[in-house]
Every structure is written in C-alpha cells, then in structure tokens.
Design a protein around this ligand. Structure first.
Ligand SMILES: Cc1cc2nc3c(=O)[nH]c(=O)nc-3n(C[C@H](O)[C@H](O)[C@H](O)COP(=O)(O)OP(=O)(O)OC[C@H]3O[C@@H](n4cnc5c(N)ncnc54)[C@H](O)[C@@H]3O)c2cc1C
Length: 438
C-alpha cells in the first residue's frame, strides 16, 4: 500500500500516517499489551474527528478495515487488510460544574475524568486501571469498582458521536437509533467508530479502600474470610482477592484483598471484620481516597506489559474452589496473579448489549509471557478444571486476545449483535478486537 495510495491517504488525513518500513511504524503499531503482535497495513493517528471520517471512507473504497485503538490494553491479533486508527489525540473533556454528566473524546483515559469529577464529589465507573480509555472500556461494558452499586459503565452512557461504516457522522442516542445505541453499550467496537461519548457521573465523596496483604501461607484463612465478607457485602462494598507472586527469582507468594467502600470508614471496618481471622496483614493501605486516587489501590501496571490473562465465571466460592485456590497460592508460577472479583449487586440488572451478569464471582488468571507464547496455559487450565466454572458470559473487556466475542454474550444478545452488524456494516469495514461475526 505504498506510493500513490499512501499519498492519497496522507492527502486526506491531517494526522500522521505510518506504513510498514516507515520510521515510527513499529512503535505506532505496538499495543499496550506487548504479547499481541499487530501487523497492520497502516497506522493513522487521527488528529480530529474528520480524520476518522477520511480513514473510514478510504478503507471502504479500498476494501480494507479500520480498527480503533486508543492504547491497546484489550489488543487482539488484527486481520490482514486493517488500518489501525489511533485515537489518542481526540482528547476533548467537557464538564459543566453542577451537572453530573461529562463528554469525552475517544482518546481520553479514565484518570482525566476522575481529576475533573473528583473535586465536585463525583466519579465515573472506572475499573482498576485509570490509564485505560473511557471509550474503549465502556464499549465493552466496563466492570468498575462501583459496578455492584451502579452497574456497568455502559449503563450510564447517554450519547455517542460516531462515524458509521459508511463514513458518515451521526449522534446516537436511545431515541435516535435504539438498535445501534443498544449495541454500542457493551457490544464492543464492531458497529461504528466512536469519536466522543457523553455519560452520567455518580456521587461519591471519599471512598474508603486500599490493599490488605498477607503472606501466601495465610491464603486458606484469607480466602475463607473473603468469602464470608462477600456473603454480607452491601452493593456499596467491592472486594477483590488476589493471589500474587512477583515474577522475580525468589519472589514471595502473597495474598491480597483489595477493597473500595462508598461510605464511612467505621462501616467499612465492620464489613471487613471477618478478615481479622487471618491475623494482622503485613501491609494495609486502606484510607479515605478521592475517586481520582482509586488507581492506587491495585497499582496495576501503567507501562506497556506482555500480559496474558484468562477470565472465567464462577458459580460459587464453594469449599472445593477455596481448596483449589489455596493450593494455587502455594504453587502459582508460571502464573503471576490470580484475581477473584466479587460481582452481583447492580450487575445483575445491567442493560444494553453487555446485559446482566448472573454469576457472583469471576476469576482472572494472569501470566507474563517472556519466552514461549503461553507459559501459563497449562497451569491456568489445571486450575480452571478444579473450580466451579459456570461457562456463562464473561465481561467483554476481560476477554483474552484469542477469545471470540461469543464468550461475552448470551445467545439472544449475540444474535441481535450479529444482525446489527450484518445490517450496518456488511463489508466489515469497522473491526473490533473481538468481532461479533467471529
Ligand atoms: C491492567 C489492566 C486492568 C484492567 N482492568 C479492567 C477493569 O477493572 N474492568 C474492565 O472492565 N476492564 C479492565 N481491563 C480491560 C480494559 O478495560 C480493556 O482492555 C479495554 O479495551 C480498554 O482498554 P483500552 O482503552 O486500552 O482500549 P483498546 O485496547 O485500545 O481498545 C479495545 C477495543 O475497543 C474498541 N474501541 C476502542 N476505541 C474505540 C472507538 N473510539 N471506536 C470504536 N471502537 C473502539 C476497539 O474494538 C478496540 O479493539 C483492564 C485491562 C488491563 C490491561
């Protein structure tokens, strides 16, 4: 795609266009998740929404696809004939004090929303990593610290500005285009390129939360106490448990409980009381935090990482599952972390394509592949075999690069998404990381 064609694309867009062989192409095509190798025909770094229109029209005319990617935390191998559209420069943030709503461009990370909203006692429904983009996360539903209280991030979207697969701009709201509005709220990035999004914010003052850490030898006791905490947890309390072993020689296994509570400190203390049975933690970072500081709780990696994670849904934390997890804590490598998230609450009533989550817990098993492509695969499979897995739909945002979109949806929702894709984009110009047509 060099020479004349390249000149054509460069004439049409204001932002940089990079092709294989160009200086800067390798860096531009590399996603945040370094374990995914994206060999794309070109990278377009959109300078503004008109560049998105131009890139989509160009791709359409030449039988190519366009895949938007703000940073690539959710990167998956892209099919040949794809233009990778970087959206980082679409960085508009519009917020009027007094209104619990905000408008963001497609490249804005959660950290910017939180910095704007926090001083007004407001929060967005961000997940554990504030450096992921609001739009990429929300198109996949978005599983937040606060989803037990307020559902998924996608439940609170009021409008999308999009470029359709025909290269036309449109504003998509519940009334203007109910089918596309439904699909964009959790169905992923297969239906249009979003240039900006508007959504409601929630009231949150100080959030009481942090990390409690024990040596891995305490895993059985912490797991049992964690289960007891979840039995009595109100929607305002979110607790996640992590088995962790630093990927360094002689790294000591640890067990960690991360929590966030929308309420008073003494009430958080009472609700987490069962954890006292595991003895005093060796580290306890719990304190009142501004919603802008939530990212400090888990301390997720900010710099690009070669991360491989597989998420499964759990029907229960029964004794067999706890026993298997306690065993995993003793023998984690080549996994670096296993995380259990407590779900339930408002997630059971989530709307849009993301839909409700019926399972009360999920488990994510993470490996860092330095050598062979999947060193954690056998270990993950062995652990998964020992657990009470439901096989139910998983959060779209947590699909592994190799997983199909079908793993994230109930059959009726998947059929509806496929019908919308057939109708709106039969030529598959817009390409998601997990295409609904497989
Ligand atoms: C360390 C870590 C922690 C995480 N924690 C959570 C969590 O707590 N909760 C949770 O739900 N998820 C979580 N995720 C997953 C994350 O939300 C997804 O990877 C999500 O895709 C957002 O990442 P991103 O902004 O880098 O999007 P990218 O990976 O850059 O994009 C993902 C996909 O979104 C679509 N897309 C993005 N922008 C547009 C656009 N403008 N128009 C159309 N389609 C678009 C595309 O299909 C693209 O392939 C985590 C991921 C990591 C690596």
């Amino acid at each position: 795609m060099r020479d004349g064609i390249l000149d054509d694309l460069r004439d049409r867009v204001a932002g940089p266009v990079l092709l294989p062989g160009d200086a800067g192409y390798e860096a531009a095509r590399t996603p945040w998740n370094l374990s995914v190798d994206q060999r794309v025909d070109a990278v377009v770094e959109a300078a503004h929404a008109d560049d998105v229109v131009a890139a989509v029209r160009f791709a359409r005319e030449r039988g190519l696809g366009v895949s938007a990617q703000p940073s690539g935390h959710g990167a998956a191998p892209l099919a040949g004939g794809t233009i990778l559209l970087r959206t980082g420069a679409l960085d508009e943030v519009s917020f009027e004090p007094g209104r619990a709503a905000i408008r963001v461009g497609a490249g804005v990370p959660w950290s910017r929303v939180q910095e704007v909203a926090s001083p007004h006692g407001l929060t967005g429904l961000l997940g554990s990593a504030p450096h992921t983009s609001v739009v990429g996360y929300t198109l996949g539903g978005g599983l937040s610290w606060f989803s037990r209280r307020w559902g998924r991030a996608s439940d609170h979207v009021t409008a999308f500005d999009v470029v359709t697969a025909d290269g036309e701009t449109a504003r998509v709201e519940a009334e203007s285009d109910p089918e596309l509005f439904w699909a964009l709220r959790g169905g992923g990035g297969d239906f249009a390129i979003v240039t900006a999004m508007e959504f409601g914010l929630q009231e949150a003052g100080l959030v009481h939360g942090g990390q409690m850490m024990w040596p891995g030898a305490k895993a059985a006791a912490v797991l049992a106490a964690f289960r007891e905490v979840t039995w009595n947890a109100p929607p305002e309390l979110t607790v996640w448990l992590r088995l962790f072993r630093p990927p360094v020689p002689d790294g000591e296994p640890m067990v960690i409980v991360d929590s966030a509570f929308l309420g008073a400190a003494h009430e958080a203390e009472r609700l987490l009381k069962p954890l006292a049975a595991a003895g005093a933690p060796v580290l306890d970072t719990r304190r009142g935090r501004r919603p802008a500081d939530l990212g400090d709780i888990t301390g997720d990696p900010v710099d690009p990482s070669p991360l491989r994670a597989r998420t499964e849904m759990l029907t229960d934390l029964d004794d067999t599952t706890l026993y298997a997890l306690a065993g995993a804590a003793r023998d984690l490598p080549p996994l670096v972390a296993v995380q259990i998230r407590h779900l339930d609450g408002a997630l059971t009533a989530s709307t849009g394509a993301a839909g409700p989550i019926g399972d009360p817990f999920l488990i994510s098993m993470m490996a860092v592949p330095f050598g062979p492509p999947e060193p954690g695969l056998a270990r993950r499979r062995a652990l998964a075999d020992a657990l009470s897995l439901s096989g139910g739909p998983k959060p779209f945002t947590l699909l592994a690069p190799e997983e199909a979109a079908a793993a994230a949806f109930a059959p009726r929702a998947l059929d509806r998404l496929r019908a919308i894709k057939h109708e709106r984009d039969p030529d598959r110009v817009v390409r998601s990381n997990h295409p609904v047509l497989g």
